[in-house]
Design a protein around this ligand. Structure first.
Ligand code: CA
Length: 226
């Protein structure tokens, strides 16, 4: 179930969409003009926004552009009777993720909403440890401690994500080398130790008390307890 904002001035279109989406179990809020839509979108927390283009007070392109200043990630699906290529391009450039030309079949609207929600939840997928204080976002390759970004290179990120995903397990150097650096990496290399020491410094740098423990003669273990 998603919390969806519908910005649409045509009542019959709005009630057609509302009926279908509510039957699918979504929660819909509907507003009839661009200004109100912008206000709701900025203040609320919606999983997705359905945005008509031709709207009273402010058109959908401008609404999308302004929503993006506040919510860079919320999926926006534009509904438009303007099918000219330039309008579709304008819609996408103004920050919409997808568009649907009117008139449309409800099934197509529903399928596009599902696809956008799926993509959005994948983008927000994250690993959390330490009571949620350490967050790892695999798609973006970003990590943060208590909402403070940890500045990592791609390889450092890969190693941290690998260790955190296997928190409290003892991992052999061979496994880490194979899974993070690949089969062909020289087994005698000390690259793991070098990267672990970089990571330790960076974790300490942001005040993260979680530790990568050295397990003598075996490898490493990321401890999820403070
Ligand atoms: Ca309209």
């Amino acid at each position: 179930m998603a919390h969806i904002l519908l910005v649409e001035d045509e009542k019959n279109v709005a009630s057609f969409i509302r009926q279908g989406l509510e039957e699918e179990g979504h929660m819909l809020e509907w507003v009839e003009n661009g200004l109100k839509g912008l206000e709701m979108a900025v203040e609320g927390s919606f999983d997705l926004i359905l945005l008509d283009v031709r709207l009273p007070f402010m058109d959908g392109f401008e609404v999308a552009r302004r929503i993006r200043l506040h919510h860079p990630d919320v999926p926006i699906l534009m509904l438009t009777a303007l099918t000219a290529v330039e309008n579709r391009v304008k819609g996408l450039r103004s920050g919409a993720d997808d568009y649907l030309a009117k008139p449309f079949a409800f099934e197509e609207l529903s399928a596009r909403i599902e696809a956008l929600l799926r993509r959005s939840s994948r983008n927000h997928a994250q690993l959390e440890v330490g009571g949620g204080d350490l967050k790892i976002r695999p798609v973006q390759k970003r990590a943060a401690w208590q909402n403070q970004e940890i500045d990592l290179t791609v390889k450092e990120f890969d190693l941290l994500a690998y260790l955190v995903a296997r928190s409290d397990q003892t991992l052999s150097r061979e496994d880490i080398l194979r899974d993070v650096w690949g089969e062909r990496f020289d087994r005698g290399s000390n690259v793991i130790d070098v990267y672990v020491s970089y990571l330790r410094q960076k974790l300490v740098g942001v005040g993260c008390p979680l530790q990568i423990e050295s397990i003598r003669g075996v490898g490493y273990r990321f401890s999820s307890n403070h």
